[in-house]
Each structure stands twice: as C-alpha cells, then as structure tokens.
Design a protein around this ligand. Structure first.
Ligand code: SF4
Ligand code: SF4
Length: 387
C-alpha cells in the first residue's frame, strides 16, 4: 500500500465520486438513508441519498429523527438495522425439492449469486459486530456458506462516530468511537469553518485502489488534528456506560439474582432486542410446501432466544419463563459468548435499548446486577443475625 495515500481529504463532491467508483466496480453500495422516519440502510444510487442534515435523538424505548443545520451526512446514531441484514439476512432459501414425473424427488440448492457489497458508513461498533459475526458464522468447524460468500467480497467504508447518542456505550465495550483496523477506508466527517470534508484513512490495498479513483487531496495537519479531536470529543460524550467491572464474572455470579424477576416483570419477550442486535445470529429452519405437495422449500430465518419454541425439547420449552429467557440472552451476551467465541457478544451500539418497546436498558440491568452482587458480597451482609 502506498504510504502517500494512507490519509487524504475528500470534499462533499468526493463522496459522490466515492459512491460512483464503488458502483463502477459492480458493487451494490449500501448506506444510511432516511426512510419511514428513521435512518435505514438501503441500496444507494448516489451519495445524495445519504441522510445529509439529519441527526437522531434516542433514549430507552425512543428514536426520533432531528434536523441538523450543519448538513452532516454521518451525524446520526445507529438505526434499527445493522449490516447483518445484508450479510446474514433475515430469510434465506437453502434448497427446494420437486417431485419428478417418475415420482422421484429432485433437490436443488438454488441460492442466488451473492452481490458484491460496499457498505458505506459502517460505525466502529458495527465494524466490531461484523468481526464477531465473522467468528461465529465462519470461524468454526461449520461455516455458513451464504455468509462466507457475501462477506468475502464486501468492501467496508467506516464512518467514525463524532455524534454519539444517549444510548451509546461503545467506549465501555472497547469498540469505538474510532476504528483502527478491519476496514478498507475510514472516513471522519468534519463540518467547520474550513468547510464540509472527510478525512480518509486507507486500511487495505482495495481501499487504496478505490481512493485512487476518487478526486482527493493529501491530508493537511489541521484536518488530521480536527478529525482526531472530534473522535476524542465523542469518546467523552457517550450517553451510557457499562459498569466498570469484569462483566463475565458479574454474569457468572448472578445466575440466581433477584434482579431477573424485576426485569421479567417488564420484559414482553418480544425479541426486538435480538432482531436489532448486530451480533445476534441465531436462526431456525422451516420447510414449506405448495398445495399440490409436489414442491417443497427449506428456508433459514432469524430466530430469537426470547421465542418460547427456541428452547423447545421433547415435552416443552426449557426456558418457559421471561426471567429465564432474559437471563439467557444477557448471560450469553456478556459471559458465555466469551467461552464460545473468545469475545463479548455486545459492542455497545445501544440498539437494544432504543428499540425495546418498554425501554429495558442493558447497561442499567448490568449495573443493577452489579449492585445486587456487591450487596450480597458485603462482609456484614453475610453475617448471621445476632441471636
Ligand atoms: S428486553 Fe425489551 S426488546 Fe428484548 S424481549 Fe424484552 S421487551 Fe422485547
Ligand atoms: S446487546 Fe444491545 S448494545 Fe450490545 S451489541 Fe446487541 S444491540 Fe448493541
């Protein structure tokens, strides 16, 4: 990779050229755009479709678009979708079977060819989430072939965070607001007295090749400093934080905590938190047939550990109560995920907080578990009462 291209500056028009260059490579460019009152991820025909002039206001159980005077494109928090909607789609046909004229069955794996994706505006927390799903879906003995194909050709353009939301806590999960590796290009958006521009860092040879096809200028020291300061300032403005304790130990010690009853009284077991989570990966399979019985298909679709059927063994669900299902979700995220996949299953994106219909907050639940455990371990709390 050429050293002189490791950092550059794009102006607003440069962003148009970047999308054009990616599309010229035959890529499907996916990025944020405003639709249905939210910033969603969609196929972009041009950079004009980015959410220029839109920010977001988020809180537990709340998400609103808010206009911004500065015209920034990436000054919004994560929306209801994540990149897993494209790499690990909600529904995927695995195979179909047809009865032939002689009464036999013909089975075909009719997967469509994977698009060559370019993801524009990947937040650092979501970049970490992609790395986690890489490990889960392709890092073991059994690999998800569809994921592998879609991920192999994906070009990643990060947009570092300069406007964290009230539900964000990537700093306490070590996954943002800046990105160091794992991308092809990384943008840091700046809107100030020197204009609207993007500091670009190159992270791969593929990124270097794309940047060379886009009008840009070498990065000046002022822009580099301003970009670093903007990300540092975002680090100081995180809306939330996980308690500064070993979360693995905390969850491991909290299996019988009373707090699970408290959260179970509020949780609707709707599964929204698992649907919006960029790392949740569980799927189930289902077969459908047509009315003639001559054609059948097997589909893979997202599943949720909040679904009663998810833990159904002979006779009924293993986790029949809301208490046991929420506990399973949180304990897997913060504790057993480490044992399975070598990392936490949470990147601090805050989606599960914003999109929970009753505003259950993973950081608040972890803090409550911590307080309960600390109380239980307090030396005088363990003393037997005086006779
Ligand atoms: S925590 Fe919230 S989003 Fe998750 S299942 Fe319960 S009610 Fe639904
Ligand atoms: S558990 Fe919540 S905050 Fe953590 S990665 Fe999933 S959606 Fe984001």
């Amino acid at each position: 990779m050429s050293e002189r291209r490791t950092t550059a500056v794009l102006d607003r028009n440069g962003l148009d050229s970047l999308v054009e260059a990616l599309r010229a490579q035959g890529r499907t460019v996916i990025g944020p755009t405003v639709r249905d009152g939210a910033v969603v991820l969609a196929d972009l025909a041009s950079a004009d479709e980015l959410p220029f002039g839109w920010g977001t206001r988020v809180e537990a159980g709340r998400y609103r678009l808010v206009p911004r005077a500065d015209g920034a494109a990436f000054a919004h928090t994560t929306g209801p979708q994540s990149w897993k909607a494209f790499l690990h789609p909600e529904r995927e046909k695995l195979w179909s079977a047809d009865r032939t004229a002689d009464g036999h069955l013909s089975v075909a794996e009719d997967r469509p060819e994977s698009p060559s994706y370019a993801f524009l505006g990947v937040r650092p927390c979501d970049l970490r989430a992609i790395a986690i799903q890489d490990r889960v879906l392709t890092g073991g003995r059994y690999k998800d072939r569809g994921y592998l194909e879609r991920r192999a050709g994906a070009f990643l353009v990060v947009a570092e965070c300069t406007e964290p939301g009230a539900t964000c806590f990537c700093v306490s999960m070590g996954s943002g607001p800046g990105a160091d590796t794992g991308f092809d290009l990384a943008l840091t958006e700046l809107v100030d007295e020197h204009g609207h521009r993007f500091l670009v860092r190159v992270g791969s040879d593929a990124g270097d090749a794309v940047l060379s096809a886009v009008p840009h200028r070498p990065a000046d020291p002022e822009t580099r400093t301003a970009a670093r300061d903007a990300v540092d300032a975002a680090r100081e403005r995180m809306g939330r934080a996980m308690p500064p304790v070993n979360l693995r130990t905390l969850l491991g010690e909290s299996l019988e905590a009373e707090r699970w009853d408290d959260v179970a009284a509020r949780c609707l077991t709707c599964g929204n938190c698992t649907m919006v989570c960029p790392t949740c990966f569980c799927t189930t399979t289902e077969e459908v047939t047509d009315l003639t019985g001559d054609h059948a298909e097997r589909w893979q679709r997202w599943d949720s550990c909040f679904d009663l059927d998810f833990s159904h063994l002979h006779g009924g669900p293993v986790r029949a109560s809301a208490r046991s299902r929420y506990r399973q979700w949180l304990t897997h995220k913060l504790f057993t995920w480490h044992e399975q996949f070598g990392s936490s299953g949470c990147v601090g994106c805050g989606r599960c907080i914003a999109w929970c219909p009753v505003g259950i907050d993973i950081t608040e639940e972890a803090a409550a578990l911590h307080d309960e455990l600390a109380e239980r371990l307090r030396p005088d709390a363990r003393k037997e009462p005086e006779p």
